[in-house]
Design a protein. Structure first.
Length: 711
């Protein structure tokens, strides 16, 4: 069922692409909306803080961010301000709406970069994020950092400080609204928690601030003082993150850090230097917002063979470039890395040449993972390659490394690889087949700095990077070495993954009695009437409509049950009204309307027949629909009314989570198979009933089906 759901997505995204010569990676509306501010170089006005208590404000803003529309970046901006941060714009001015904040500040380009990464579904597990520090920072080597970060978030959620409490609860709420929801206030596994870019931004900035606060406490009279900065970049040290040390030290969250580092900073170095490691990693992450990956395929679909030979071959092209928009993000980030001895040899913008690209199959590949990938490219003891259960496989272009994990972009930032239809296990060319539309998908993982040395110049650059880190350690400057090693690790690892690129694969399966065609199920309901008393008259009218259209293409689930792709829509109207009969009276009207639609793959239908009598029965699938609507109330004063408090009323409210029902008289499609056309059935039937309450309900079922029988 999970594959069927993905297939539906593929068909929706690429349904209109058939017939074209090239298929492009389509950006989701969420990606486009949340990346707009980064590309334009201008932050939108922050959303007005919703009414209510902190819990209500957090819920409203988090929901607005996850909605992924044109208001989401403004909602994220408002959340940063409500969490007690200041935001410094490119002209050096600082926006701050909370008087008693956390004492932290964020650059406007970092706000937009985090929004863009969130729109691109960037994420990292809490365990992975924590290990990136515990493996490289000596002071954190034995620290249960993931548990400590969770402890800080939970402490913040109980804080009496409004900004801190907002910060923590917003992080928690974003987790609850994620694709795989989790509650950071409950029992969780750090290895299973996937933090999004918004959560990472808030956690790492606060983590850095707490480290700076420890350094401030341990260095009385020699603390660091924040200073105003102009331009879009600010500085490259922790002082650029701290706006108010007094506010920062009064809101410390990660108390375990004091116990772990408080007495040892004199041995290992200043806590502020460790904070620079965290800050540099944070800046490295947000700098990936400038990375753009566009994937295309040289055709509208790939056709799999009917024989035991490989099928059609298509070429996938990934074009990598840096586009910092108008923020000049890479220019801002380069000084931060140069300050710790790391030379980031990337252009300010344009193609990314000589970058390691890892092609990954996300749909339609061998489910055995890397084992299957290896066997696709290499034979075992001279035998044939195994393709497992995949329907497509990668094949390198001429002159490139055979492995999809070792592709290098050319001078134009382009990486190409072939994708080929997997051969059928047995020859199907002489059998009666039916066409099956399936989906496949790929992504590319990116290393900004390649591991291989291509020439002397590149080799010297890599050697100097390593030598610089080693020199820092040898000269008893371990913190400088740690920062360099940490950032080198980030840039040399596959820290960034592109959005998946999906394409259609035309496949073939033997006929085994599968039914193909459509089944349509429709229900309507109607009720209306009037009433009258000696003081008023009234009327009522109710109408509802539900229709589900099921498309059968012969595919089955892993248990062998046939699958139907169902598209359904529904609407509903409920109206009541009336008026009084006195000298002063009101005319009232209440109208509730709603509509919605849904798509789903389901096995919830049946087609049965009796081989002896030839009689058959068809039951239609129905799916749940949740939509939205409006509820309007109007009340007008009429007649001779002298009371000045009698006012007209006209009010409309939105109705969310409006549930529609396919309820109606039960009905199956029935008939007798025509011996002259034993593999075709079609027809239509309708039934209408009236309930005790005067509701008239009608159900109609229509079917047109053909059976695919193998020879």
């Amino acid at each position: 069922m999970r594959f069927a759901g993905v297939l539906t997505l593929v068909l929706i995204v690429f349904g209109q692409a058939l017939g074209q010569q090239r298929v492009n990676l389509l950006r989701s509306p969420k990606s486009r909306a949340l990346g707009a501010a980064f590309r334009s170089g201008k932050l939108p006005e922050p959303m007005r803080l919703p009414q209510g208590n902190i819990d209500q404000q957090v819920a409203a803003l988090a929901k607005a961010v996850t909605k992924g529309d044109d208001s989401s970046t403004a909602a994220w901006y408002a959340a940063i301000l409500a969490a007690g941060y200041g935001v410094r714009d490119s002209d050096g001015s600082v926006m701050q709406t909370v008087e008693n904040g956390q004492g932290l500040i964020m650059q406007s380009w970092e706000v937009t970069a985090a929004a863009k990464l969130y729109g691109d579904d960037y994420g990292v597990t809490l365990a992975h994020l924590s290990e990136s520090f515990t493996r490289t920072v000596p002071q954190l080597k034995d620290v249960a950092l993931a548990d400590g970060l969770l402890e800080g978030i939970r402490a913040g959620a109980k804080s009496n400080h409004p900004a801190v409490r907002f910060w923590a609860k917003f992080i928690v709420e974003m987790g609850k609204l994620s694709a795989a929801p989790y509650d950071l206030l409950g029992r969780v596994d750090p290895a299973q928690i996937r933090l999004d870019a918004v959560q990472v931004t808030l956690i790492l900035s606060r983590f850095t601030g707490d480290l700076a606060a420890i350094d401030k406490r341990n260095r009385p009279g020699n603390g660091h003082h924040a200073r105003p900065q102009g331009g879009p970049c600010g500085t490259s040290d922790v002082g650029d993150l701290v706006l108010d040390y007094d506010a920062l030290t009064s809101t410390t969250l990660f108390g375990f850090l004091s116990n772990r580092l408080g007495g040892k900073v004199s041995t290992y170095g200043d806590a502020a230097q460790i904070a620079n490691v965290v800050l540099t990693v944070f800046k490295a992450i947000v700098s990936y917002a400038a990375l753009e990956v566009e994937i295309t395929m040289d055709g509208d679909q790939l056709v799999r063979t009917k024989t035991t030979k490989p099928g059609e071959r298509r070429t996938l092209t990934a074009k990598l470039s840096l586009d910092p928009g108008k923020w000049q993000t890479i220019n801002c980030f380069r000084p931060a890395l140069n300050a710790v001895g790391l030379d980031v040899d990337v252009p300010q913008g344009g193609p990314l040449a000589g970058v390691n690209v890892v092609w990954v199959m996300v749909l339609g590949g061998d489910s055995r993972g890397w084992l299957g990938t290896v066997e696709d490219f290499f034979t075992i003891l001279g035998g044939d390659a195994s393709y497992g259960d995949g329907i497509v496989f990668f094949d390198a272009v001429a002159g490139a490394d055979r492995s999809p994990a070792k592709q290098i972009t050319d001078s134009e930032g382009v990486s190409t690889i072939h994708v080929v239809g997997v051969p059928q296990e047995t020859d199907l060319s002489r059998r009666k087949l039916f066409e099956v539309v399936k989906g496949a998908g790929v992504r590319v993982d990116v290393q900004l700095k390649p591991m291989r040395i291509k020439d002397v110049k590149d080799g010297l650059s890599n050697i100097m990077d390593i030598a610089g880190n080693a020199f820092s350690f040898l000269t008893k400057d371990p913190l400088g070495g740690v920062v360099g090693t940490a950032t080198e690790t980030l840039y040399r690892s596959n820290w960034y993954s592109s959005q998946p690129f999906y394409f259609i694969v035309k496949d073939w399966e033997p006929c085994k009695g599968q039914w193909q065609g459509t089944i349509t199920y429709r229900t309507t309901s109607k009720k209306e009437g009037t009433g009258e008393t000696n003081i008023n008259s009234m009327y009522w009218k109710e109408e509802s409509y539900y229709e589900a259209r099921a498309q059968l293409d012969g595919t089955r689930d892993n248990l062998g049950s046939p699958i139907a792709r169902v598209e359904a829509h529904a609407s509903e109207l409920k109206e009541r009204g009336g008026n009084g009969k006195g000298p002063c009276y009101r005319v009232n009207r209440q109208v509730q309307t709603g509509s919605g639609k849904a798509r789903e793959n389901t096995t919830g239908f049946s087609i049965t027949w009796n081989p002896r009598s030839g009689q058959y029965a068809v039951s239609a699938p129905t799916i749940a629909i949740t939509g939205s609507g409006e509820y309007t109330v109007t009340s007008e004063v009429k007649g001779s009314c002298n009371n000045p408090y009698n006012k007209n009323l006209n009010q409309t409210n939105k109705v969310e989570n409006y549930h529609f029902s396919a309820d109606g008289p039960p009905l199956q499609g029935k008939g007798t198979i025509d011996p002259a056309k034993p593999d075709e059935i079609s027809g239509s039937d309708t039934i209408t009933i009236k309930t005790v309450g005067g509701v008239e309900k009608t159900t109609t079922i229509t079917w047109s089906l053909r059976r695919c029988q193998d020879q």
